[in-house]
Design a protein around this ligand. Structure first.
Ligand SMILES: [Zn+2]
Ligand SMILES: [Zn+2]
Length: 143
């Protein structure tokens, strides 16, 4: 009975707790404040945060042509799959990818890393740059 309530222990860089069950498949889902703006865009800060609510960057209208860089850590296929999910979501907010580059993890941290090279060589970072094009709408999905 209680096992289903065990939460994934992961926290993200901003200290948000993952709200999914322990040992879940796929992406972590970070806990957020339950406030939404009048258009229904959610606040991306943790629950009970001090100060004003803030919309996620992709939910905030900005200057046409503005760009935003999003990084996905991990192996190339995992990072690419994550980016594809984001791309789908962001397109509804008129943000479209203009470049996507996979950068293998740097070896600059020293020779000690050589021992770990086999594992390290698998990890890297996918860097996706999105551009805000308010005139353009998300392609309608047909699957
Ligand atoms: Zn998780
Ligand atoms: Zn909030």
């Amino acid at each position: 009975m209680t096992a289903q309530w065990l939460r994934c222990p992961a926290t993200d860089a901003d200290g948000l707790r993952c709200v999914r069950v322990v040992a879940h498949q796929g992406k972590h889902e970070w806990q957020q404040c339950d406030w939404t703006d009048p258009q229904g865009y959610p606040c991306f800060l943790p629950p009970g945060h001090p100060g004003a609510h803030e919309l996620a960057w992709f939910a905030r209208p900005t200057t046409p042509g503005a760009t935003q860089t999003v990084r996905h850590q991990g192996q190339e296929d995992t990072a690419t799959a994550e980016a594809a999910e984001d791309t789908h979501e962001f397109a509804f907010h008129h943000w479209f990818p203009i470049s996507q580059t996979y950068v293998p993890r740097s070896r600059a941290r020293g020779a000690r890393l050589l021992a770990l090279l086999k594992a390290e060589a698998l990890a890297g970072e996918l860097v996706v740059v999105y551009e805000y094009r308010p005139e353009e709408n998300a392609p309608s999905s047909s699957d």
